[in-house]
Design a protein around this ligand. Sequence first.
Ligand code: 1GP
Length: 245
Amino acid sequence: MEQKTWGRKALAVLIDPDKAAPAHLDKLVQLSLDAAVDYFFIGGSLMVSDQLDACIRGVKDRCSIPVILFPGSPAQISPSADALLYLSLISGRNPELLIGQHVLSAPAVKRSGLEVLPTGYMVIDGGAPTTVSYISNAAPIPADKSDIALCTALAGEMLGLKLIYLDAGSGAKKPVSEEMIRAVAEQISVPLIVGGGIRSAEKAYLNCKAGADVVVVGNSLEKDPLLIGEMAAAVHQVCARSKNF
Ligand code: 1GP
């Protein structure tokens, strides 16, 4: 992935391989190409099918938009992708997701040849339990505690993580607030990814204005792929600050 691509606000379309039937994928990719979508994130907290490789191939056969793995577990690693969000769940206190799984999967990740993007992953309470909050077995950061989010992100950056990801969880009732995004973005210098429960182009726009560098949308685009154009336009109209990445 080219460094400069992080220099503008970006839309990442999240694809859940369990829900990516070929006809749906066709439509999603075509609309993403038309809208100049920046990234595909592929993965999920829980994957039921074994469609990961087929899904990545399906995307890569159709376009050259970078495919970035967003894995729920080390089982979701495929060398066919372009890069890997190497997630450490810094908002939680589950040692397995902070470092344990990484130790076990490090040789396989190295062998994969994937570009590794060390990411401080922070789950924010989205108003109700989500798959990620349940599966991670770790308490999310309360939605109104921007100071906890800010200190966690800062610690992640100072530990050397190259990206911070604030996630309210897939299908979250309440997305991450602009107040929390702003508090975090003002203090960190690495790119900030924000996702979970974003349902409108307006919210995508407001997140970027508040300081998100990459907005991730999955569920609402699965339900209404035509929203991709609106979401991308909203994100791309916000000027980016420069980031050291
Ligand atoms: C979840 O941030 C992603 O991890 C996207 O969430 O599916 O709710 O858009 P949605």
